[in-house]
Design a protein around this ligand. Structure first.
Ligand code: 0WD
Length: 256
């Protein structure tokens, strides 16, 4: 323990105990990180406070942040700067698409739905990277969450797959920009995990079943496994890695 001792790390996107960001929180706490949380909704904040208390995990700061607003992003990072000063890591674990676009044909995607999915799920990484960079004066590590639907056609994932492709390309461009400040930018591509967001995509059970059937490890991944991989990226162990998309999916992505 202690890989993240004295590191100030911002975690975005804990909605409840099933959130991937909650699995990440537990891993980061175990390795001694000081945690700062951002939530969009008051409801998520309440749930998070309760979870932290139950697990005896201290939070250095909690701020509200809606990635659809530049003002909200600016205010949130200002508040973090005023209270914490320097940060060393940022976990971006947010995405959104309209439920009605996560079924049927991708060709039916509306203009609005297309833009919204990209704004919340991909542009948000660009916007928070820019804001976080100002606080990462000792170098840093930024990590986002993506999915195989960015690389392949996965039934019903539709617009979210296209937004994740944009997110993964952004990881590479941001890695190039941030490298000179000793800030690394990487992504984890997790297998299907039953969360609030996952419920929005039709056919979740089939997706999970096919992993058990076909993935080399023949079992699904969980939030804790993504948490430990995220911990690696945030720690000095990954000091030579940037612009990478690491699959934490029981190896499913290598199977044809
Ligand atoms: O199978 C899965 N669950 C996978 C998820 C497989 C691979 C990747 N992912 C990705 C998701 O696409 C997402 O990027 O992991 C990330 C986290 O997803 P999750 O843990 O499945 O989802 P959930 O528990 O529903 O959390 C999503 C968060 C919520 O957090 P808050 O704290 O705001 O309640 O995204 C948030 C959502 O509310 N979110 C926003 N946060 C800030 N501003 C916004 C917004 N505008 N919209 C949604």
């Amino acid at each position: 323990a202690g890989l993240l001792k004295d590191k100030n790390i911002v975690v975005m996107g804990v909605a409840n105990e099933r959130s991937i960001a909650w699995g990440i929180t537990k891993s980061l706490h175990r390795e001694g990180a000081n945690l700062i949380f951002t939530n969009r909704q008051e409801r998520s904040k309440k749930k998070l406070e309760k979870l932290l208390e139950e697990h005896d995990i201290p939070s250095k700061l909690m701020v509200s942040l809606d990635v659809s607003s530049d003002e909200s992003i600016q205010e949130a990072f200002q508040e973090i700067k005023d209270n914490v000063g320097v940060i060393h890591g940022l976990v971006h674990s947010v995405a959104f698409a309209k439920r009605e676009e996560l079924k049927g044909e991708y060709a039916d995607t509306s203009r609005d739905g297309y833009l919204l999915a990209h704004e919340i799920s991909a542009y948000s990484l660009v916007a928070v990277t820019k804001a976080a960079k100002e606080l990462m004066t000792e170098g840093g590590s930024i990590i986002t969450q993506t999915y195989l639907g960015a690389e392949r056609v996965i039934p019903n994932y539709n617009i979210m797959g296209v937004a994740k492709a944009s997110l993964e390309a952004s990881v590479r461009y941001l890695a190039e920009d941030m490298g000179k400040y000793d800030i690394r930018v990487n992504a984890i591509s997790a297998g299907p995990i039953r969360t609030l967001s996952a419920k929005g995509v039709s056919g979740f059970n089939e997706k999970a079943n096919v992993i058990v059937e076909k993935a080399p490890l023949r079992r699904n991944v969980d939030q804790d496994q993504v948490g430990d991989a995220t911990l690696f990226f945030l720690s000095d162990l990954a000091r030579g890695v940037t612009g990478e998309v690491l699959h934490v999916d029981s190896g499913f992505h290598i199977i044809g």
